[in-house]
Design a protein around this ligand. Sequence first.
Ligand SMILES: Nc1nc2c(ncn2[C@@H]2O[C@H](COP(=O)(O)OP(=O)(O)OP(=O)(O)O)[C@@H](O)[C@H]2O)c(=O)[nH]1
Ligand SMILES: [Mg+2]
Length: 301
Amino acid sequence: MTTRSGFVALIGTTNAGKSTLLNRMVGAKVSIVTHKVQTTRARIRGIAIEGATQVVFVDTPGLFRPRRRLDRAMVAAAWGGAADADVIVLLVEAHRGVTEEVAQIVERLSEIAGGRQVALAINKIDRVRPEALLGLAEDLNARFPFVETFMISALKGSGVDRLRGWLADALPEGPWLYPEDQIADLPLRMIAAETTREKLTLRLHQELPYELTVETENWDERKDGSVRIDQVIYVKRDGHKGIVLGHRGETIKAVSRAAREEIAEFLGRKVHLFLQVKLRPNWLEEAERYSEMGLDFKDGA
Ligand SMILES: Nc1nc2c(ncn2[C@@H]2O[C@H](COP(=O)(O)OP(=O)(O)OP(=O)(O)O)[C@@H](O)[C@H]2O)c(=O)[nH]1
Ligand SMILES: [Mg+2]
């Protein structure tokens, strides 16, 4: 049997649904998802099997106008993911249509696509009336020669099987890149840190989610089959420490409980999670924080 394999980069504006789509393709939660913008910070690889093809999906940070060093490193990681892929899928939100940001991304795509196949996935079709989709597809296809257009709902699953099948056929012949039971190429300690960051992002407001980072400091496999995980939450401002802890530690307790349950489910074993909040005013300018996140510090210069 001829096998195929390759990388499919999911790119688009922040919030377009890239991580939701990756998780659906893989059939497990590999990449964190929130309703807030700029959730994903680095490239996250999730692996799906379709017939004789191994499809390595690369989730990327959303493309937006960067302001800070971290933003620049995120956007560079996203375009880098596209440049390294065999096939690129651009996600556009059906209900927003061609915003200025989308128009800019499509323009930039022409520069980086090279000979690569680029497909268009109009996502969140559950949010619009079907009549609206044709015009949007035409508009986007007039701006860029997409090889194929898909109408999908990453959340509900419609159109996703067709996209996966098409991608499997579009990838080149070759041996599989990962063992067949592997679903992600991301250290477990990072998945665990991301899970905690997701729970923090969901509970904290305004700029706070964007000014903290989570790192797994210690991972201890115990004889009874459980895992003890120690994580640090770095915050930028003194006032943020108290907010993360919450009144009588209620916020951190809720975050810890939600993260622990999800990590335990992912690992299929019991988890003891210990969170510590530390003030680190300059973490956004520290190279080590970026490498922990899977980002290139120099990209943010
Ligand atoms: N209604 C609807 N919502 C969706 C769909 N796909 C994703 N969402 C929602 O859109 C929000 C953003 O989803 P994400 O998957 O985090 O988006 P993203 O593109 O990875 O965002 P960043 O990582 O911030 O760039 C979440 O609230 C999702 O539940 C969809 O098909 N329909
Ligand atoms: Mg994301």
